[in-house]
Ligand binder design. Structure first.
Ligand code: GDP
Ligand code: MG
Length: 195
């Protein structure tokens, strides 16, 4: 599955996965009212630098796909993964138990197929949280999602509208490669639907 090193982006629908990759590809957030169709199955974005190549898999968020990725396709998806990025929508506290369910399933699969994988959480869309609630939202999300997790997890608060997303992505690249490449650029490999 794919070329070079593999990074998975996982998260509930609408958590921001496709937008994050688009922002990285274009070097700026998409225009305010731009909407993308829900990701079907998965899409690949490749990061190319002088030294290396990494493929990001943006996994479609619809429940049927999530269940396939963590079920019948799990070996295919979770083998050879360098970094798992789990995107958590800061505003969807009511859905956090569903997110946690999939996060735990991802970790189970990682444990089974790629135990060396680094795990990174993006607590995303922080620009939408009123400033005085940020601390509280951070603790609520973090405590909930990490309950019962023994594996070390890197945790970043992110937004496509601040440099936080670039800082978090740099950490992901550092985990994947052991260094942050010079001259990195992201390109879209294809719009991918396997079926
Ligand atoms: N305010 C805000 N909105 C965001 C951010 N990232 C993504 N979004 C919005 O969240 C919605 C869902 O994003 P999308 O990338 O399609 O989610 P996906 O289903 O996880 O791929 C879109 O309307 C995006 O514009 C962010 O950092 N801040
Ligand atoms: Mg998407």
């Amino acid at each position: 599955m794919g070329t070079g090193k593999k990074i998975l982006l996982f998260g509930l629908p609408e958590s921001g996965k496709t937008t994050i990759l688009k922002t990285m590809r274009e070097g700026k957030p998409p225009a305010k009212n731009e909407r993308f169709p829900a990701t079907i199955d998965y899409e690949r974005t490749v990061l190319i630098s002088d030294e290396s190549e990494i493929t990001f898999f943006d996994l479609g968020g619809a429940t049927a796909f999530l269940d396939r990725f963590t079920g019948e396709l799990s070996e295919f998806i979770f083998t050879g993964v360098k970094v798992l990025v789990f995107v958590l929508d800061s505003l969807k506290i009511p859905e956090i138990s569903r997110a946690k369910y999939y996060f735990d399933l991802c970790l189970k699969n990682i444990e089974k197929y790629s135990p060396e994988t680094s795990v990174v959480i993006f607590q995303h869309k922080t620009d939408l949280i009123p400033k005085k609630l940020r601390e509280e939202v951070y603790h609520t999300c973090r405590d909930y999602i990490l309950t019962g997790i023994k594996k070390p997890v890197l945790y970043y608060e992110t937004s496509i509208f601040t440099c936080s997303i670039v800082i978090a992505m740099s950490a992901v690249l550092q985990q994947a490669l052991g260094y942050i490449p010079n001259n990195w650029r992201f390109t879209s490999l294809e719009e991918k639907s396997r079926d």
